[in-house]
Unconditional design. Structure first.
Lengths: 619, 635
């Protein structure tokens, strides 16, 4: 039995460090290659030694697919390809290919230049790694090799996020990456067709949440920002450069315009400005509304939002600052946070998920005293607000996707174990399919039951279809008979006659003949004719022919009549049939003949008939 | 499998393919050359045009390439290869009962929509006071002068469609990406391939598991802006339908581009204006890119370039967002920078675009300048105004770059003309040399092409290199012909469900060849066929009438297999002996042997290709049958 094996190296019952190995139809595929934001040691990267203890990965992987540019999905890529060693193809969408190296470089700078870590990938390694990337277009079917094909679907999570459908023969797996089932202010909703994969590997970040309507959350967000500004406070919104940042910017931009607000909005430097550029050029990846109006007004050209400079943080008066990174674990957002944390007028709004170990995670859990590097502690006095703006599917969305794709099995990753457990129960109950949630390093094996594709001769198929009446009726199955020829790698289903011909074999005819005696005073020809007319009346729907040479043919059974040499009233019926005649037909024949004679010839002796049939009693 | 050819125009094809119970229309190009029969539609009232004797300006009417060869409402899908080949779409999808789907790539749809909008705009902004209709009447037409009298099928010329019809037609378009596989009714799979001619242009593959038809339309091997042509996917086609070759087989596009630049520079230096009548999308991007590099070196930095069209802005903006489908421009968006350099021309104010000559343009207009504007037929659009404005001065130059219209015919109503005329048609589509190389590479079994490609052009009848020479010769089509495509379908894909597959018992007939008899339930749904094990018949309910048992035979019973092989006499006799049949008289005949089983009064006739058992006893016959079967192979 063919099997599909799935092993998470990261993101198994965990968020962060997404890296999932899939073995399908003899192909090995790595889905995502992310890093963990919560660790600073070896645990930061997936454990590639699981694949092979020594040496490069090229021989062990057929391809690597990156779902989107978030570092927990692509952060370990240069480490994997350049330091561990992998030269095979890496697939990602165009926007991901464009943005991913920038985030990687940014990440590298923070780790190496600021924290002074060594043994980390270099800028050159990022460049070399990106050279191995093959861009994917949405819905394009990419043939990785003769057997393995992949196809990307829109995932809506961030610009360029994709779900991938991986297919080998008739087995398939869908990996969702991170996705979002509700369209937001700048991206559309994820979509997939009814591809019925053997396994659907889905993220489950918000496995237990059913979020209230988007509109409410937006209103909440704006209210909080507005209140804080009104009382002269400063608002820090830690974001990742691309994604939520753009959505919130559009939101604030329209709000500022409507309310005619004057407080400045800043965007942390460099990256984010550039990010808006990407949105302009990859407008085809945004939602319907933005795409329709971009010629008149590009939504990503903001009027109220200006670039941030470090010195602005000390400016008096209210302001709103978007700063990276989103989990307050390093960089500018952390610096600003440290400056503003002491004032209770200020506010920090966490618009996304924070992994364990980050400051973002700590303050969200209500921690008010933070231990900083160098034994200093930081008192957190400012207001901490959490707004779930992360574009992940919630429980409802995950169920919706299952209904769309109709998978045979479900596998959850990228979520917390407890929450997964809950969702797993729900899925199994609602869809009655198996749901798995392997931990890191744990392998899930699913046996598949693929159908065997065969080439059927059109003659045979048409013949069989015609038997079912003029119009095909899917509800009425028809039986068909044929011969399957297995030659080298081809499987052909043909009719037996054609099989003989194709294999160059001669047919061997096997015929049987027997004699039956009857009492009938008529002449030979009359008896035959009586048999003929009678059969015709009894056997409707059979081809019955009366040939001039004195034979009656029922289907392929030949009936002849001759008089017995001794008694002209005793007729000898010669029945001849071939091996292929269906037995029941033959029985029917015998029965009908005898039955008929018994009925029509009252004077006939019943005993005689019994005896004549080779000693076998028919009724 | 049939091909209905609705258009005879080789670069604006419209064919309908009937293949495996689907009806697929391949492109619906709009032949607008008929507008050359009309007078230009001036934007500003022109005393000269209206004073022409006996004629009043008429609205542009358009020749639609279709005829009642087949019912348009039966068309299941329309595959569009590029935006020039979809201009007749509203005529097909509206008011014909069409209920199918149109497939096109996103740039094709977006730019196609713009071009249609432009056409409608050109027509509607100059409403006519009066319109004549009776001239289409045969009797009256006979009395008309000149070429109009001889124009064919005038009764099929139609008025231009409205914006409402355009929107309705385009709402039927479903977007596809390159190499995306689209299933049609489970019967065939269609897939667009990059053709390298324009943004989003595609060739199409129409295939089932065993047959493959390639449709090549408007392809280019030159490295201009679009993504390069995907050639390898065209391999192994049974039939390749070839349309849209270059209309200018003798003009080298690079040479023409050079000529374009030098003429432009010359005119400007002499203080004249340059008019470039062109479509609002396509080659213009390449012209602008070429000028971007040329401007500085030719010292034209201060010359204003104007692009005037109702869709100028949209066209320039849209071109920037399809970087994924652009050749050698992908890397630019990674920086991120706009893929086309015309963004920089606009930023530096060297290139300005206006929706029409009215409004801002009239106040900002400076001469000498270069104007890009439509329509290339010179019959409608803003170009008409510039012809009137600049035609009288010999300082000015008009440079034709579009190959679709004869420039002499286009200029006819403006004669006498003092303005210089330069004809540098740029047609990047495949030429005959490239196409024969391509065909050698992809090796289709049969090639179908317009008849024009099977003979040299009329004007250059000695140029045998300007035609297709293939072995076997291509099948030519002309307008309204119906071709029977020469291939027979012999196999179809069917799936054997695992349960059934496991129950099959293969036996080896020859080394490497095994056979298994299959008896199964056939399910056919959505043109997909599967074979399933025959379910065990439910136990017969105890029937009171025995007769019924016989009347309702179990459906599932398999027929006896075919037999093959021969029965060896010696071995058979030995077997008989083992079963207690010893009194056998063997008689030799011409074809084999007759065995007389004396005790049982039974004859067995053994021959090379048959065995005949004459026996009246049922049990013995069964035994003998089983013995014979041991020697034979079952199929």
């Amino acid at each position: 039995m063919p099997e599909i094996k799935v092993t998470p190296l990261g993101a198994g019952q965990d968020v962060g460090r997404s890296c999932i190995l899939v073995s399908i139809g003899g192909k090995n595929i790595m889905l995502d290659c992310g890093m963990h934001m919560g660790y600073n040691d070896d645990r930061r990267f997936p454990d590639f030694s699981y694949i092979t203890q020594n040496g490069r990965l090229t021989d062990f992987l057929d391809c690597v697919i990156i779902s989107h540019f978030h570092l927990d999905h692509c952060g370990a890529l240069p480490y994997m390809s350049e330091m561990v060693g992998y030269d095979g193809p890496i697939y990602m969408t165009h926007p991901t290919k464009a943005i991913c190296p920038i985030l990687l470089e940014d990440f590298r700078k923070i780790t190496v230049d600021k924290k002074g870590e060594t043994n980390f990938f270099t800028s050159q390694m990022i460049k070399d790694c990106m050279k191995k990337v093959i861009p994917l277009n949405l819905h394009q079917t990419v043939q990785v090799d003769d057997e393995l094909e992949i196809k990307a679907y829109y995932a809506g999570h961030v610009l360029g996020a994709a779900m991938v459908h991986i297919k080998v023969g008739s087995e398939s797996v869908v990996y969702t990456g991170d996705y979002n089932m509700t369209p937001d202010r700048h991206l559309g909703a994820a979509w997939i067709d009814k591809c019925r994969p053997d396994i659907l590997i889905s993220e489950s970040t918000y496995a237990t949440t059913i979020r209230d309507s988007k509109r409410c959350r937006e209103r909440d967000f704006l209210k909080k920002v507005h209140e804080s500004i009104e009382r002269g406070g400063k608002v820090l919104i830690p974001v990742f450069a691309l994604g939520r940042a753009q959505e919130l910017c559009i939101l604030l931009e329209t709000f500022w315009e409507r309310m005619n607000l004057k407080a400045p909005i800043y965007f942390s430097t460099g990256l984010t400005e550039k990010a808006n550029h990407y949105y302009k050029l990859f407008i085809t990846w945004t939602n319907q509304k933005i795409r329709k109006t971009f010629v008149q007004r590009n939504m990503f050209e903001f009027k109220h939002i200006k670039a941030f400079d470090r010195s602005y943080a000390d400016n008096p008066g209210p302001m709103v600052v978007f700063a990276t990174p989103g989990m307050l674990h390093a960089g500018q957002s952390l610096q600003i946070f440290k400056k503003w944390a002491g004032n209770e007028k200020n506010m920090v709004i966490m618009p996304g998920y924070c992994v364990q170990g980050t400051i973002g995670h700590k303050i969200l859990n209500g921690q008010r005293k933070l231990e900083m590097e160098g034994r200093a502690t930081l008192d957190v006095k400012l207001q901490v607000e959490y707004m779930s703006f992360s574009a992940h599917a919630d429980a409802k969305g995950i169920m919706q996707l299952i209904r769309m794709a109709e998978p045979r099995n479900m596998l959850l990753v990228h979520g917390e174990a407890v929450k997964m457990e809950f969702l797993k129960g729900k899925i199994e109950q609602e869809f009655s399919i198996d749901c798995y949630m392997p931990a890191n390093g744990e392998t899930t094996t699913v046996t598949t039951n693929p159908s065997v594709p065969v080439d059927i001769s059109l003659n045979l198929l048409k013949r069989e279809m015609a038997l079912g009446g003029p119009l095909p009726d899917p509800k009425k199955p028809r039986t068909m008979h044929g011969t399957l020829i297995m030659k080298e790698n081809s499987l052909k289903l043909v009719s037996s006659e054609q099989a003989l011909k194709e294999l160059g074999l001669n047919e061997h005819q096997l015929r049987f003949t027997c004699h039956v005696q009857l009492q009938d005073p008529h002449s030979d020809a009359d008896t035959l004719h009586r048999i003929y007319t009678h059969l015709k009346s009894v056997l409707k729907g059979y081809t019955i022919q009366h040939l001039p040479d004195g034979t009656v043919i029922v289907e392929s059974i030949v009936i002849k009549v001759s008089s017995s040499a001794e008694d002209s009233n005793t007729k000898v019926l010669l029945l001849s049939w071939s091996y292929q005649v269906k037995t029941w037909t033959l029985f029917l024949e015998r029965f009908v003949i005898i039955y008929s004679f018994k009925c029509s010839e009252q004077q006939q002796d019943r005993e005689l008939i019994d005896i004549q049939w080779g000693g076998k009693k028919i009724h | 499998m049939k091909l209905y050819c609705l258009s005879g125009h080789p670069t604006l094809p419209c064919n309908v393919l009937k293949f495996k119970s689907t009806t697929i229309m391949l492109d619906c190009g709009l032949d607008t050359t008929s507008v050359l029969n009309f007078l230009p539609l001036p934007l500003v009232h022109s005393p000269r045009l209206s004073k022409l004797p006996g004629w009043v300006s008429k609205d542009g009417t358009i020749n639609l390439e279709k005829r009642e060869l087949l019912d348009l409402s039966t068309i299941d899908v329309i595959l569009i290869s590029n935006y020039h080949c979809m201009m007749a779409l509203p005529y097909i999808t509206e008011h014909t009962g069409f209920t199918g789907t149109v497939y096109a790539t996103e740039p094709t749809l977006q730019i196609g929509r713009l071009l249609m909008e432009e056409l409608v705009n050109f027509m509607e902004r100059v409403p006519k006071a009066q319109s004549a209709t009776s001239w289409k009447n045969k009797e009256i037409r006979r009395m008309l002068p000149g070429p109009l009298k001889d124009a064919v099928d005038v009764w099929m010329w139609k008025r231009c469609y409205s914006m409402q019809e355009v929107n309705s037609a385009l709402s039927k378009v479903q977007l596809v990406g390159y190499s995306q596989k689209v299933e049609l009714f489970g019967a065939v799979q269609v897939s667009p391939l990059s053709s390298g001619y324009s943004l989003g242009s595609s060739n199409w593959i129409i295939q089932s598991h065993h047959e493959k038809v390639s449709y090549v339309s408007g392809s280019s091997l030159l490295t201009t802006h679009p993504q390069p042509m995907d050639q390898s996917s065209l391999k192994n086609s049974d039939v390749l339908i070839l349309t849209g070759l270059t209309q200018m087989p003798t003009a080298n596009p690079d040479g023409m581009l050079g000529e374009f630049c030098s003429n432009l520079a010359m005119t400007i230096r002499a203080g004249g204006n340059v008019l470039v009548p062109c479509y609002s999308s396509g080659v213009i991007y390449d012209l602008l890119e070429c000028l971007y590099q040329f401007i500085e070196s030719a010292n034209l930095g201060t010359t204003p370039f104007y692009f005037i069209s109702p869709i100028a802005n949209s066209s320039l903006e849209f071109s920037q967002i399809f970087a994924e489908l652009c050749h050698n421009k992908q890397t630019k968006v990674y920086l991120p920078e706009p893929p086309f350099p015309h963004a920089e021309l606009i930023q530096t104010n060297k290139l300005k675009h206006y929706p029409s000559i009215h409004g801002d343009f009239s106040s900002e207009f400076r001469q000498p300048c270069v104007v890009f504007t439509g329509h290339p037929s010179l019959r409608f659009g803003d170009v008409v105004h510039f012809m009137e404005l600049w035609g009288k001065s010999s300082l000015n130059t008009i440079i034709f770059t579009e190959p679709d219209f004869s420039y002499l015919d286009a200029l006819a109503p403006y004669q006498p003309l003092a303005m210089k005329c330069v004809y540098c048609p740029i047609d990047t589509r495949l030429n005959f040399h490239q196409v024969s190389k391509l065909l050698k590479e992809v090796q289709p079994l049969h090639v179908v092409c317009p008849e024009q490609y099977t003979q040299p052009p009329l004007t250059q009848s000695h140029r045998s290199d300007l035609m297709l020479e293939l072995q076997p010769p291509p099948m030519p089509y002309r307008r309204c012909s119906v071709l029977n495509l020469p291939f027979r379908r012999r196999y179809e894909r069917i799936y054997i469900l695992p349960e059934l597959a496991n129950s099959l018992v293969p036996s080896e007939i020859k080394p490497g060849v095994s056979v298994a008899t299959v008896s199964a339930l056939l399910h056919s749904k959505d043109n997909k066929h599967t074979l399933q094990s025959v379910p065990k018949p439910p136990p017969m309910p105890p029937s009171k009438k025995r007769k019924r048992v016989i009347e309702e035979p179990p459906v599932a019973l398999a027929p006896k297999p075919m037999l093959s092989g021969a029965v060896a006499l010696e071995a058979f006799l030995a077997t008989l002996q083992k079963h207690g049949i010893t009194e056998v008289k063997v008689e030799e005949t011409a074809d084999g042997h007759i065995l007389h089983l004396q005790a049982e009064d039974t004859l067995i006739q053994l021959e090379e290709d048959g065995t005949h058992i004459v026996c009246d006893s049922e049990p013995l016959r069964t035994t003998l049958r089983d013995l014979v079967l041991r020697f034979l192979q079952k199929l």
